[in-house]
Design a protein around this ligand. Structure first.
Ligand code: NAI
Ligand code: CS2
Length: 486
Protein backbone atom coordinates (compact mmCIF):
# COMPACT_ATOMS: atom_id res chain seq x y z
CA UNK A 1 0.00 0.00 0.00
CA UNK A 2 1.27 3.48 -0.88
CA UNK A 3 2.53 5.33 2.18
CA UNK A 4 3.01 9.04 1.66
CA UNK A 5 5.24 9.52 4.70
CA UNK A 6 7.74 7.01 3.30
CA UNK A 7 8.08 8.57 -0.12
CA UNK A 8 11.41 10.16 -1.03
CA UNK A 9 11.43 13.95 -0.90
CA UNK A 10 11.71 14.35 -4.69
CA UNK A 11 8.30 12.74 -5.26
CA UNK A 12 5.81 15.51 -6.02
CA UNK A 13 2.68 15.50 -3.82
CA UNK A 14 -0.63 17.35 -4.23
CA UNK A 15 -0.37 20.83 -2.71
CA UNK A 16 -4.08 21.62 -3.17
CA UNK A 17 -6.78 20.94 -0.58
CA UNK A 18 -8.30 17.63 -1.70
CA UNK A 19 -11.32 18.11 0.56
CA UNK A 20 -12.39 21.03 -1.67
CA UNK A 21 -12.70 18.79 -4.75
CA UNK A 22 -16.21 17.99 -5.96
CA UNK A 23 -17.24 14.91 -7.92
CA UNK A 24 -18.06 16.68 -11.16
CA UNK A 25 -16.78 13.93 -13.47
CA UNK A 26 -17.39 10.19 -13.55
CA UNK A 27 -14.82 8.18 -15.49
CA UNK A 28 -15.54 4.63 -16.65
CA UNK A 29 -12.43 2.50 -17.22
CA UNK A 30 -9.85 3.18 -14.52
CA UNK A 31 -7.07 1.64 -16.62
CA UNK A 32 -3.41 2.55 -17.02
CA UNK A 33 -4.05 5.15 -19.68
CA UNK A 34 -6.61 7.24 -17.80
CA UNK A 35 -4.37 7.26 -14.72
CA UNK A 36 -1.49 8.69 -16.75
CA UNK A 37 -3.44 11.06 -18.99
CA UNK A 38 -6.82 12.63 -18.16
CA UNK A 39 -6.32 12.23 -14.39
CA UNK A 40 -2.93 13.94 -14.63
CA UNK A 41 -4.36 16.86 -16.61
CA UNK A 42 -7.11 17.44 -14.03
CA UNK A 43 -4.60 17.01 -11.21
CA UNK A 44 -2.43 19.76 -12.72
CA UNK A 45 -5.52 21.93 -12.98
CA UNK A 46 -6.43 21.33 -9.33
CA UNK A 47 -3.00 22.75 -8.52
CA UNK A 48 -4.29 25.93 -10.19
CA UNK A 49 -7.49 26.00 -8.11
CA UNK A 50 -9.94 23.79 -10.07
CA UNK A 51 -12.45 21.77 -8.01
CA UNK A 52 -13.26 19.24 -10.77
CA UNK A 53 -12.68 15.82 -9.17
CA UNK A 54 -13.26 12.29 -10.49
CA UNK A 55 -15.40 9.38 -9.41
CA UNK A 56 -13.56 6.39 -10.93
CA UNK A 57 -15.47 3.32 -12.08
CA UNK A 58 -14.39 -0.10 -13.27
CA UNK A 59 -17.09 -2.39 -14.62
CA UNK A 60 -15.16 -5.67 -14.77
CA UNK A 61 -12.10 -6.08 -12.57
CA UNK A 62 -12.45 -4.81 -9.00
CA UNK A 63 -8.90 -5.29 -7.68
CA UNK A 64 -7.60 -1.87 -8.69
CA UNK A 65 -10.59 -0.04 -7.23
CA UNK A 66 -10.13 -1.91 -3.96
CA UNK A 67 -6.41 -1.08 -3.87
CA UNK A 68 -7.13 2.57 -4.69
CA UNK A 69 -9.60 2.86 -1.84
CA UNK A 70 -7.10 1.27 0.56
CA UNK A 71 -4.60 4.00 -0.22
CA UNK A 72 -7.05 6.89 0.24
CA UNK A 73 -7.68 7.30 -3.51
CA UNK A 74 -4.03 8.24 -4.17
CA UNK A 75 -1.55 6.67 -6.59
CA UNK A 76 1.73 7.51 -8.29
CA UNK A 77 2.48 8.33 -11.91
CA UNK A 78 6.11 8.11 -13.04
CA UNK A 79 7.20 9.75 -16.28
CA UNK A 80 10.16 7.88 -17.74
CA UNK A 81 12.71 8.82 -20.37
CA UNK A 82 16.00 7.04 -21.12
CA UNK A 83 17.90 9.36 -18.79
CA UNK A 84 15.34 10.72 -16.32
CA UNK A 85 12.32 9.86 -14.27
CA UNK A 86 9.84 11.93 -12.31
CA UNK A 87 7.21 10.62 -9.90
CA UNK A 88 4.10 12.48 -8.82
CA UNK A 89 1.25 11.52 -6.50
CA UNK A 90 -2.13 12.08 -8.18
CA UNK A 91 -4.82 13.33 -5.81
CA UNK A 92 -7.72 14.20 -8.10
CA UNK A 93 -9.94 11.23 -7.24
CA UNK A 94 -12.88 11.75 -4.88
CA UNK A 95 -14.66 8.37 -5.10
CA UNK A 96 -14.12 4.93 -6.63
CA UNK A 97 -16.68 2.27 -7.52
CA UNK A 98 -16.65 -1.25 -8.88
CA UNK A 99 -19.71 -2.15 -10.94
CA UNK A 100 -19.85 -5.73 -9.66
CA UNK A 101 -19.04 -5.51 -5.95
CA UNK A 102 -20.70 -2.12 -5.33
CA UNK A 103 -23.51 -2.95 -7.72
CA UNK A 104 -24.40 -1.20 -10.96
CA UNK A 105 -27.08 0.81 -9.14
CA UNK A 106 -24.33 2.55 -7.13
CA UNK A 107 -22.65 3.51 -10.41
CA UNK A 108 -25.89 4.82 -11.98
CA UNK A 109 -26.52 6.74 -8.77
CA UNK A 110 -23.05 8.31 -8.89
CA UNK A 111 -23.64 9.35 -12.51
CA UNK A 112 -26.98 10.86 -11.50
CA UNK A 113 -25.69 13.29 -8.88
CA UNK A 114 -26.64 16.90 -9.70
CA UNK A 115 -23.03 18.14 -9.77
CA UNK A 116 -21.85 15.58 -12.33
CA UNK A 117 -21.33 17.38 -15.64
CA UNK A 118 -19.08 15.00 -17.59
CA UNK A 119 -18.98 11.23 -18.03
CA UNK A 120 -15.79 10.15 -19.73
CA UNK A 121 -14.38 6.76 -20.60
CA UNK A 122 -11.37 4.66 -21.61
CA UNK A 123 -12.82 1.19 -21.98
CA UNK A 124 -10.79 -0.01 -25.01
CA UNK A 125 -12.36 -0.20 -28.46
CA UNK A 126 -14.29 -3.35 -27.59
CA UNK A 127 -16.13 -1.61 -24.73
CA UNK A 128 -18.39 0.22 -27.21
CA UNK A 129 -20.05 -3.03 -28.40
CA UNK A 130 -19.98 -1.75 -31.97
CA UNK A 131 -19.10 -3.31 -35.30
CA UNK A 132 -15.64 -1.95 -36.02
CA UNK A 133 -16.11 -1.70 -39.80
CA UNK A 134 -19.34 0.33 -39.62
CA UNK A 135 -19.35 1.95 -36.18
CA UNK A 136 -22.90 0.68 -35.61
CA UNK A 137 -24.08 -0.99 -32.41
CA UNK A 138 -23.73 -4.78 -32.54
CA UNK A 139 -27.24 -5.90 -31.53
CA UNK A 140 -26.00 -9.48 -31.08
CA UNK A 141 -23.34 -8.56 -28.52
CA UNK A 142 -24.24 -10.59 -25.39
CA UNK A 143 -24.08 -7.52 -23.11
CA UNK A 144 -26.33 -5.56 -25.46
CA UNK A 145 -28.79 -8.46 -25.65
CA UNK A 146 -28.78 -8.45 -21.83
CA UNK A 147 -29.27 -4.67 -21.60
CA UNK A 148 -32.16 -4.68 -24.06
CA UNK A 149 -34.06 -6.86 -21.61
CA UNK A 150 -32.69 -5.26 -18.44
CA UNK A 151 -32.40 -1.51 -19.05
CA UNK A 152 -32.22 -0.70 -15.33
CA UNK A 153 -29.36 -3.08 -14.52
CA UNK A 154 -27.06 -2.74 -17.56
CA UNK A 155 -23.81 -4.58 -18.19
CA UNK A 156 -22.47 -2.70 -21.21
CA UNK A 157 -21.02 0.79 -21.41
CA UNK A 158 -23.77 2.01 -23.80
CA UNK A 159 -26.42 0.50 -21.49
CA UNK A 160 -24.88 2.18 -18.44
CA UNK A 161 -24.72 5.61 -20.07
CA UNK A 162 -28.31 5.23 -21.22
CA UNK A 163 -29.53 4.23 -17.75
CA UNK A 164 -27.87 7.31 -16.22
CA UNK A 165 -29.25 9.64 -18.91
CA UNK A 166 -32.74 8.22 -18.33
CA UNK A 167 -32.41 8.68 -14.56
CA UNK A 168 -31.27 12.30 -14.91
CA UNK A 169 -33.99 13.11 -17.41
CA UNK A 170 -36.68 11.56 -15.16
CA UNK A 171 -35.36 13.50 -12.15
CA UNK A 172 -35.22 16.77 -14.07
CA UNK A 173 -31.45 17.07 -13.62
CA UNK A 174 -29.23 18.86 -16.13
CA UNK A 175 -27.69 16.68 -18.85
CA UNK A 176 -24.04 15.66 -18.81
CA UNK A 177 -21.56 15.51 -21.69
CA UNK A 178 -20.20 12.09 -22.70
CA UNK A 179 -16.52 12.10 -23.70
CA UNK A 180 -14.76 9.06 -25.12
CA UNK A 181 -10.97 9.02 -24.71
CA UNK A 182 -10.44 5.78 -26.62
CA UNK A 183 -8.40 5.37 -29.79
CA UNK A 184 -11.14 5.46 -32.40
CA UNK A 185 -11.76 7.90 -35.24
CA UNK A 186 -14.62 10.22 -34.34
CA UNK A 187 -14.85 8.55 -30.95
CA UNK A 188 -17.62 10.98 -29.96
CA UNK A 189 -19.71 9.94 -32.97
CA UNK A 190 -19.12 6.25 -32.28
CA UNK A 191 -20.26 6.74 -28.68
CA UNK A 192 -23.31 8.75 -29.72
CA UNK A 193 -24.19 6.09 -32.31
CA UNK A 194 -24.11 3.16 -29.92
CA UNK A 195 -26.00 4.99 -27.16
CA UNK A 196 -28.67 6.40 -29.50
CA UNK A 197 -29.08 3.07 -31.33
CA UNK A 198 -29.57 1.23 -28.04
CA UNK A 199 -32.09 3.90 -26.96
CA UNK A 200 -33.98 3.48 -30.24
CA UNK A 201 -34.47 -0.21 -29.38
CA UNK A 202 -35.44 0.50 -25.76
CA UNK A 203 -37.26 3.82 -25.74
CA UNK A 204 -37.44 6.03 -28.87
CA UNK A 205 -38.42 9.11 -26.80
CA UNK A 206 -35.15 8.76 -24.90
CA UNK A 207 -33.27 8.62 -28.21
CA UNK A 208 -34.87 11.96 -29.17
CA UNK A 209 -33.97 13.43 -25.78
CA UNK A 210 -30.32 12.42 -26.29
CA UNK A 211 -30.19 13.96 -29.76
CA UNK A 212 -31.45 17.24 -28.32
CA UNK A 213 -29.72 17.45 -24.95
CA UNK A 214 -26.52 15.41 -24.79
CA UNK A 215 -23.21 16.19 -26.46
CA UNK A 216 -20.50 13.65 -27.24
CA UNK A 217 -17.27 15.61 -27.74
CA UNK A 218 -14.61 13.74 -29.69
CA UNK A 219 -11.03 13.65 -28.48
CA UNK A 220 -7.59 12.75 -29.76
CA UNK A 221 -5.54 11.26 -26.95
CA UNK A 222 -1.85 10.47 -27.06
CA UNK A 223 0.59 9.19 -24.49
CA UNK A 224 2.34 5.82 -24.49
CA UNK A 225 1.41 4.04 -21.27
CA UNK A 226 2.45 0.38 -21.15
CA UNK A 227 0.81 -2.15 -18.84
CA UNK A 228 2.75 -2.47 -15.58
CA UNK A 229 4.83 -5.62 -15.09
CA UNK A 230 6.03 -7.40 -11.94
CA UNK A 231 9.53 -6.09 -12.64
CA UNK A 232 8.24 -2.51 -12.96
CA UNK A 233 6.32 -2.79 -9.68
CA UNK A 234 9.38 -4.21 -7.90
CA UNK A 235 11.70 -1.45 -9.17
CA UNK A 236 9.17 1.20 -8.20
CA UNK A 237 8.65 -0.22 -4.69
CA UNK A 238 12.40 -0.15 -4.14
CA UNK A 239 12.51 3.50 -5.18
CA UNK A 240 9.39 4.68 -3.32
CA UNK A 241 9.93 2.73 -0.09
CA UNK A 242 6.38 1.31 -0.26
CA UNK A 243 4.26 -0.66 -2.72
CA UNK A 244 1.82 1.09 -5.01
CA UNK A 245 -0.42 -1.47 -6.75
CA UNK A 246 -2.22 1.37 -8.57
CA UNK A 247 1.02 2.90 -9.92
CA UNK A 248 1.46 3.63 -13.57
CA UNK A 249 4.43 4.61 -15.74
CA UNK A 250 4.34 6.68 -18.93
CA UNK A 251 6.53 8.42 -21.46
CA UNK A 252 6.98 12.20 -20.94
CA UNK A 253 5.03 13.07 -24.12
CA UNK A 254 1.41 14.16 -23.58
CA UNK A 255 -1.21 15.31 -26.08
CA UNK A 256 -4.96 15.76 -25.66
CA UNK A 257 -7.06 17.47 -28.31
CA UNK A 258 -10.69 17.95 -27.29
CA UNK A 259 -13.71 19.07 -29.29
CA UNK A 260 -15.04 22.02 -27.32
CA UNK A 261 -18.66 20.92 -27.18
CA UNK A 262 -19.84 20.48 -23.59
CA UNK A 263 -23.44 20.98 -22.44
CA UNK A 264 -22.85 21.60 -18.76
CA UNK A 265 -19.40 23.13 -18.36
CA UNK A 266 -15.93 21.61 -18.29
CA UNK A 267 -12.61 22.05 -16.50
CA UNK A 268 -10.26 24.61 -18.09
CA UNK A 269 -8.06 21.74 -19.33
CA UNK A 270 -6.34 24.11 -21.76
CA UNK A 271 -4.55 25.58 -18.71
CA UNK A 272 -2.98 22.18 -18.07
CA UNK A 273 -1.74 21.19 -21.52
CA UNK A 274 -4.87 20.17 -23.48
CA UNK A 275 -5.95 21.77 -26.77
CA UNK A 276 -9.62 22.68 -27.18
CA UNK A 277 -10.65 22.83 -30.85
CA UNK A 278 -13.80 22.85 -32.99
CA UNK A 279 -12.86 19.79 -35.11
CA UNK A 280 -10.76 16.91 -33.79
CA UNK A 281 -11.00 14.65 -36.83
CA UNK A 282 -7.78 15.77 -38.60
CA UNK A 283 -5.81 15.23 -35.35
CA UNK A 284 -7.44 11.85 -34.70
CA UNK A 285 -6.78 10.59 -38.21
CA UNK A 286 -3.16 11.70 -38.14
CA UNK A 287 -2.51 10.01 -34.82
CA UNK A 288 -4.50 6.84 -35.50
CA UNK A 289 -2.90 6.21 -38.89
CA UNK A 290 0.66 7.37 -38.33
CA UNK A 291 1.17 6.39 -34.68
CA UNK A 292 -1.30 3.57 -34.06
CA UNK A 293 -0.98 2.21 -37.62
CA UNK A 294 2.79 1.93 -37.32
CA UNK A 295 2.44 0.60 -33.76
CA UNK A 296 0.24 -2.26 -34.96
CA UNK A 297 2.59 -2.92 -37.91
CA UNK A 298 5.54 -3.17 -35.50
CA UNK A 299 3.51 -5.17 -33.00
CA UNK A 300 2.48 -8.00 -35.37
CA UNK A 301 5.65 -8.22 -37.40
CA UNK A 302 7.89 -7.48 -34.43
CA UNK A 303 6.20 -10.13 -32.30
CA UNK A 304 6.63 -12.69 -35.09
CA UNK A 305 10.30 -11.68 -35.44
CA UNK A 306 10.82 -12.31 -31.71
CA UNK A 307 10.99 -8.67 -30.56
CA UNK A 308 9.43 -8.25 -27.12
CA UNK A 309 9.23 -4.45 -26.98
CA UNK A 310 8.57 -1.63 -29.45
CA UNK A 311 12.00 -0.22 -28.58
CA UNK A 312 13.53 -3.55 -29.76
CA UNK A 313 11.66 -3.25 -33.07
CA UNK A 314 12.99 0.23 -33.85
CA UNK A 315 16.52 -0.81 -32.86
CA UNK A 316 16.36 -3.01 -35.99
CA UNK A 317 17.21 -0.62 -38.87
CA UNK A 318 14.87 -2.40 -41.31
CA UNK A 319 11.90 -2.30 -38.95
CA UNK A 320 12.59 1.33 -38.11
CA UNK A 321 12.83 2.30 -41.78
CA UNK A 322 9.70 0.30 -42.62
CA UNK A 323 7.72 1.99 -39.83
CA UNK A 324 8.83 5.43 -41.01
CA UNK A 325 8.08 4.61 -44.65
CA UNK A 326 4.63 3.33 -43.66
CA UNK A 327 3.98 6.64 -41.88
CA UNK A 328 5.26 8.94 -44.60
CA UNK A 329 4.65 7.06 -47.87
CA UNK A 330 1.42 5.24 -47.10
CA UNK A 331 -0.38 6.95 -44.19
CA UNK A 332 0.52 10.64 -44.53
CA UNK A 333 -0.88 10.99 -48.11
CA UNK A 334 -4.30 9.82 -46.88
CA UNK A 335 -4.64 12.56 -44.25
CA UNK A 336 -6.70 15.74 -44.26
CA UNK A 337 -4.34 17.29 -41.72
CA UNK A 338 -3.13 20.76 -42.63
CA UNK A 339 -0.30 22.85 -41.26
CA UNK A 340 1.54 19.98 -39.59
CA UNK A 341 5.05 18.97 -40.67
CA UNK A 342 4.36 15.24 -41.07
CA UNK A 343 8.04 14.39 -41.60
CA UNK A 344 8.87 15.99 -38.25
CA UNK A 345 5.86 14.20 -36.71
CA UNK A 346 7.11 10.84 -38.04
CA UNK A 347 10.61 11.53 -36.65
CA UNK A 348 9.14 12.41 -33.26
CA UNK A 349 7.15 9.15 -33.22
CA UNK A 350 10.24 7.08 -34.00
CA UNK A 351 12.13 8.92 -31.24
CA UNK A 352 9.31 8.11 -28.80
CA UNK A 353 9.39 4.43 -29.83
CA UNK A 354 13.14 4.39 -29.10
CA UNK A 355 12.58 5.25 -25.41
CA UNK A 356 13.99 2.12 -23.75
CA UNK A 357 12.72 3.11 -20.32
CA UNK A 358 9.22 2.39 -21.64
CA UNK A 359 8.73 -1.37 -21.83
CA UNK A 360 5.85 -1.44 -24.31
CA UNK A 361 5.29 -5.04 -25.28
CA UNK A 362 4.50 -5.90 -28.89
CA UNK A 363 2.16 -8.56 -27.46
CA UNK A 364 0.16 -5.87 -25.64
CA UNK A 365 -0.37 -3.74 -28.74
CA UNK A 366 -1.21 -6.88 -30.76
CA UNK A 367 -4.34 -7.52 -28.66
CA UNK A 368 -7.83 -6.76 -29.99
CA UNK A 369 -6.68 -6.52 -33.61
CA UNK A 370 -10.22 -6.95 -34.95
CA UNK A 371 -11.14 -3.72 -33.17
CA UNK A 372 -8.05 -1.82 -34.32
CA UNK A 373 -7.31 -2.76 -37.94
CA UNK A 374 -10.13 -0.76 -39.64
CA UNK A 375 -9.02 2.68 -38.39
CA UNK A 376 -5.29 1.91 -38.25
CA UNK A 377 -4.78 0.29 -41.65
CA UNK A 378 -7.90 -0.52 -43.64
CA UNK A 379 -9.19 3.03 -44.18
CA UNK A 380 -5.81 3.99 -45.65
CA UNK A 381 -5.65 0.78 -47.67
CA UNK A 382 -8.98 1.66 -49.33
CA UNK A 383 -7.71 5.18 -50.03
CA UNK A 384 -4.76 3.71 -51.99
CA UNK A 385 -6.85 1.07 -53.74
CA UNK A 386 -9.14 3.78 -55.13
CA UNK A 387 -6.13 5.63 -56.53
CA UNK A 388 -4.00 2.67 -57.55
CA UNK A 389 -1.13 3.94 -55.38
CA UNK A 390 1.49 1.88 -53.57
CA UNK A 391 0.33 0.31 -50.28
CA UNK A 392 2.49 -2.79 -49.78
CA UNK A 393 3.50 -1.91 -46.23
CA UNK A 394 -0.18 -1.67 -45.26
CA UNK A 395 -0.80 -5.02 -46.96
CA UNK A 396 2.18 -6.52 -45.15
CA UNK A 397 0.82 -5.16 -41.85
CA UNK A 398 -2.54 -6.85 -42.46
CA UNK A 399 -0.76 -10.07 -43.55
CA UNK A 400 1.25 -9.83 -40.29
CA UNK A 401 -2.01 -9.74 -38.32
CA UNK A 402 -3.28 -12.76 -40.31
CA UNK A 403 -0.12 -14.70 -39.57
CA UNK A 404 -0.27 -13.67 -35.89
CA UNK A 405 -3.88 -14.75 -35.36
CA UNK A 406 -2.93 -18.11 -36.90
CA UNK A 407 -1.77 -18.71 -33.33
CA UNK A 408 1.70 -20.23 -33.93
CA UNK A 409 4.87 -18.15 -33.82
CA UNK A 410 7.98 -18.55 -35.97
CA UNK A 411 9.49 -21.00 -33.48
CA UNK A 412 6.38 -23.17 -33.61
CA UNK A 413 5.20 -22.02 -30.18
CA UNK A 414 1.52 -21.15 -29.51
CA UNK A 415 0.54 -17.48 -29.40
CA UNK A 416 -2.16 -16.51 -26.92
CA UNK A 417 -4.62 -14.50 -29.01
CA UNK A 418 -6.54 -11.93 -26.97
CA UNK A 419 -9.40 -10.47 -28.97
CA UNK A 420 -13.16 -10.16 -28.40
CA UNK A 421 -13.63 -12.10 -31.67
CA UNK A 422 -11.10 -14.73 -30.66
CA UNK A 423 -13.61 -17.58 -31.07
CA UNK A 424 -14.49 -16.54 -34.62
CA UNK A 425 -10.81 -16.09 -35.46
CA UNK A 426 -9.99 -19.57 -34.15
CA UNK A 427 -12.83 -21.04 -36.23
CA UNK A 428 -11.56 -19.31 -39.39
CA UNK A 429 -8.05 -20.58 -38.73
CA UNK A 430 -9.18 -24.13 -38.00
CA UNK A 431 -11.34 -24.27 -41.13
CA UNK A 432 -8.73 -22.98 -43.60
CA UNK A 433 -5.41 -24.21 -44.92
CA UNK A 434 -2.41 -21.95 -44.53
CA UNK A 435 -2.07 -19.63 -47.55
CA UNK A 436 -4.75 -18.14 -49.81
CA UNK A 437 -7.56 -20.05 -48.08
CA UNK A 438 -6.53 -18.53 -44.73
CA UNK A 439 -6.37 -15.04 -46.22
CA UNK A 440 -9.83 -15.46 -47.74
CA UNK A 441 -11.30 -16.91 -44.54
CA UNK A 442 -10.09 -13.98 -42.43
CA UNK A 443 -11.06 -11.36 -45.04
CA UNK A 444 -14.58 -12.76 -44.97
CA UNK A 445 -15.11 -11.42 -41.41
CA UNK A 446 -17.42 -8.62 -42.48
CA UNK A 447 -17.54 -6.85 -39.10
CA UNK A 448 -13.85 -6.04 -39.63
CA UNK A 449 -13.21 -6.02 -43.38
CA UNK A 450 -16.61 -5.08 -44.83
CA UNK A 451 -17.50 -6.67 -48.16
CA UNK A 452 -15.15 -5.01 -50.62
CA UNK A 453 -11.70 -6.37 -49.80
CA UNK A 454 -12.56 -10.04 -50.25
CA UNK A 455 -14.12 -9.21 -53.63
CA UNK A 456 -10.95 -7.49 -54.82
CA UNK A 457 -8.83 -10.20 -56.49
CA UNK A 458 -5.74 -8.01 -56.52
CA UNK A 459 -5.96 -7.45 -52.74
CA UNK A 460 -6.39 -11.19 -52.11
CA UNK A 461 -3.41 -12.02 -54.35
CA UNK A 462 -1.08 -9.43 -52.81
CA UNK A 463 -2.08 -10.25 -49.25
CA UNK A 464 -1.55 -13.93 -50.00
CA UNK A 465 1.91 -13.23 -51.43
CA UNK A 466 2.99 -11.34 -48.28
CA UNK A 467 1.35 -13.93 -46.05
CA UNK A 468 3.22 -16.75 -47.78
CA UNK A 469 6.47 -14.89 -47.64
CA UNK A 470 6.00 -14.39 -43.90
CA UNK A 471 5.36 -18.12 -43.54
CA UNK A 472 8.35 -19.28 -45.57
CA UNK A 473 10.95 -16.61 -44.83
CA UNK A 474 9.89 -15.10 -41.51
CA UNK A 475 9.04 -11.54 -40.51
CA UNK A 476 12.57 -10.11 -40.43
CA UNK A 477 13.44 -11.10 -43.99
CA UNK A 478 9.99 -10.13 -45.27
CA UNK A 479 10.12 -6.64 -43.75
CA UNK A 480 13.55 -6.18 -45.33
CA UNK A 481 12.27 -7.32 -48.73
CA UNK A 482 9.16 -5.15 -48.55
CA UNK A 483 11.36 -2.16 -47.83
CA UNK A 484 13.56 -2.89 -50.84
CA UNK A 485 10.77 -3.78 -53.28
CA UNK A 486 11.24 -2.33 -56.75
P1 NAI B 1 -6.04 -1.13 -19.43
O1 NAI B 1 -6.10 -2.56 -19.79
O2 NAI B 1 -5.11 -0.68 -18.36
O3 NAI B 1 -7.50 -0.64 -19.01
C1 NAI B 1 -8.61 -0.97 -19.77
C2 NAI B 1 -9.84 -0.44 -19.05
O4 NAI B 1 -10.97 -0.72 -19.85
C3 NAI B 1 -10.06 -1.10 -17.70
O5 NAI B 1 -10.47 -0.11 -16.79
C4 NAI B 1 -11.19 -2.09 -17.98
O6 NAI B 1 -12.01 -2.24 -16.84
C5 NAI B 1 -11.96 -1.37 -19.08
N1 NAI B 1 -12.68 -2.29 -19.97
C6 NAI B 1 -12.16 -3.27 -20.77
N2 NAI B 1 -13.14 -3.87 -21.47
C7 NAI B 1 -14.30 -3.26 -21.11
C8 NAI B 1 -15.65 -3.44 -21.48
N3 NAI B 1 -16.01 -4.37 -22.37
N4 NAI B 1 -16.59 -2.63 -20.91
C9 NAI B 1 -16.23 -1.69 -20.01
N5 NAI B 1 -14.96 -1.48 -19.61
C10 NAI B 1 -14.01 -2.26 -20.16
O7 NAI B 1 -5.75 -0.35 -20.80
P2 NAI B 1 -5.29 1.15 -20.98
O8 NAI B 1 -3.82 1.20 -21.19
O9 NAI B 1 -5.87 1.98 -19.93
O10 NAI B 1 -5.93 1.51 -22.38
C11 NAI B 1 -7.33 1.66 -22.48
C12 NAI B 1 -7.64 2.39 -23.78
O11 NAI B 1 -7.14 3.71 -23.70
C13 NAI B 1 -6.99 1.81 -25.03
O12 NAI B 1 -7.71 0.74 -25.56
C14 NAI B 1 -7.02 3.00 -25.95
O13 NAI B 1 -8.28 3.11 -26.57
C15 NAI B 1 -6.82 4.16 -24.99
N6 NAI B 1 -5.44 4.62 -25.03
C16 NAI B 1 -4.42 3.92 -24.43
C17 NAI B 1 -3.13 4.37 -24.50
C18 NAI B 1 -1.97 3.60 -23.91
O14 NAI B 1 -0.81 3.85 -24.32
N7 NAI B 1 -2.17 2.70 -22.98
C19 NAI B 1 -2.81 5.64 -25.17
C20 NAI B 1 -3.92 6.25 -25.86
C21 NAI B 1 -5.18 5.76 -25.74
C1 CS2 C 1 -1.23 1.23 -28.80
C2 CS2 C 1 -1.80 2.50 -28.19
O1 CS2 C 1 -2.07 -0.45 -27.40
C3 CS2 C 1 -2.10 0.01 -28.54
O2 CS2 C 1 -2.76 -0.48 -29.43
O3 CS2 C 1 -1.07 1.44 -30.16
O4 CS2 C 1 -2.43 2.32 -27.01
C4 CS2 C 1 -0.73 3.61 -28.09
O5 CS2 C 1 0.20 3.32 -27.08
C5 CS2 C 1 -1.36 4.93 -27.77
O6 CS2 C 1 -2.41 5.20 -28.63
C6 CS2 C 1 -0.37 6.07 -27.76
O7 CS2 C 1 -1.06 7.26 -27.58
Amino acid sequence: MLQLDRLPAEVQRPTYDRSKLKTRMVHIGFGAFHRAHQALCSDKLAEKGSDWGYCEVNLNSGALIEALREQHLLYTLTEMADDSLHTRVIGIITEALHGKSDGIEAVINAMSQPEVAIVSMTVTEKGYCHQPASGNLNPDHPDIVHDLHNPHSPRSLPGLILAAIRRRRDQGLPAFSVMSCDNMPENGHVTRNVVVQLAQHQDPALADYIQQHITFPSTMVDRIVPAMTDAAFAALSARLGSDDPVAVEAEPFFQWVIEDNFVNGRPAWEKAGAELVSDVLPYEEMKLRMLNGSHSFLAYLGFLAGYEYISDCVADPHFRAAARSLMIDEQAPTLRTQGVDLNAYADSLIARYENRAIKHRTGQIATDGTQKLPQRMLDSLRWHLQRGSDCDLLLLGVAGWMRYVGGIDEKGQPIEIRDPMQKQLAECVAASDDGEARVRALLSIREVFGEDLLQNGDVVARLTAWYQQLTTQGARATVHQCLNRG
